[in-house]
Unconditional design. Structure first.
Length: 319
């Protein structure tokens, strides 16, 4: 990609962030605060779609979404999937690190979204956030967090921290694991890793790197929900065991859905409409069912009939 085009994309992103931050700050000052918050949250998600469009990131969602409030957990690679998840899960409350609120422009967006902030310098701060997550679930809102607690290059899924699973354990909310993969169209794995925001790279340094990538895809694979039963607050040992089991099961599913596999793939795919259609108040999707078997086509030239029926089971495809 030419430097001019990359610079144009970068300026577009900066302009969107600056304009969005000003607009959202004004909405937060709206006299009727509840209405102002709703419009601010909607504006933030519209802005997320516009930024993804500006840096030419296509979002693909594989797997059906859950009706009602749920706890969504995902592996963490970059700021890219954060924006994608804001678009795909418009009613979810994000749990994030508290220092984001101090970032220029980004902090305004976080406050507009009502991000549940965790101060990672205080180990006990999680205890303050868990009741807020429970309140959100009780109000019919979903909750989203990244159990790894940091980003990685995607070669493996890091160890999951179990503390925030406490909210799901206490209220018996379903937990939906989401496997995230970032891909650069027609590029090598090494090139795709430039999309991952890791190490000591600042956000200001990483955005230009993403802007230089010609075209990329963020794939979000939603697994079937992990169903839980409420555990009483006074049963500390049972809650601890339930948290660990939930975290292990969620991580196992994410590992399985982010690793390439061979043979037949069956997927229920929803392609999020390009962010340039931001006049829509809700996310539009185009649903399609793709049944592909590379190995079978090579040997038989057809797809076996029993595979089509697996679509209803919500099977997760390889990418």
């Amino acid at each position: 990609m030419t430097r001019r085009r990359a610079a144009s994309r970068l300026l577009h992103v900066v302009g969107l962030l600056a304009g969005g931050a000003v607009g959202l700050a004004l909405l937060q000052c709206w006299p009727q605060r509840a209405i102002g918050r709703r419009w601010a949250a909607l504006g933030t998600r519209v802005l997320a779609r516009a930024i993804l469009d500006a840096v030419q990131v296509e979002v693909r969602v594989v797997g059906p979404r859950v009706a009602g409030a749920a706890v969504y957990v995902a592996n963490h690679l970059s700021w890219i999937e954060v924006l994608a998840l804001l678009v795909v899960l418009p009613d979810a409350r994000l749990v994030g690190k508290a220092d984001v609120e101090a970032w220029p422009l980004i902090g305004t967006l976080a406050r507009a979204l009502g991000v549940l902030s965790v101060d990672r310098t205080r180990r006990t701060d999680v205890r303050r956030v868990i009741p807020l997550m429970i309140d959100a679930l009780g109000a019919g809102e979903s909750v989203l967090f990244f159990p790894e607690g940091t980003t990685s290059e995607g070669a493996t899924v890091l160890r999951f921290h179990t503390a925030l699973f406490e909210a799901a354990v206490r209220v018996g909310a379903p937990v939906v694991p989401i496997g995230v993969r970032l891909r650069v169209v027609g590029a090598t794995t090494a090139t795709a890793r430039t999309l991952c925001w890791t190490g000591d790279t600042s956000l200001l340094a990483h955005v230009p790197e993403v802007a230089r990538v010609r075209r990329s895809t963020c794939v979000l694979r939603l697994s079937d929900p992990l169903l839980t039963s409420p555990v009483a607050p006074n049963c500390r040992r049972a809650r601890s065991r339930a948290r660990k089991e939930l975290a292990a099961a969620a991580r196992a599913r994410i590992v399985r859905t982010t690793q390439p596999t061979d043979g037949i793939r069956v997927s229920y795919t929803a392609l999020v409409t390009p962010p340039h259609t931001t006049t829509r108040a809700t996310t539009e999707v185009i649903a399609r069912v793709a049944v592909v078997s590379t190995s079978w086509r090579q040997s038989q030239g057809a797809v076996p009939n029993h595979v089509v029926g697996e679509k209803r089971a919500g099977s997760i495809s390889k990418n």
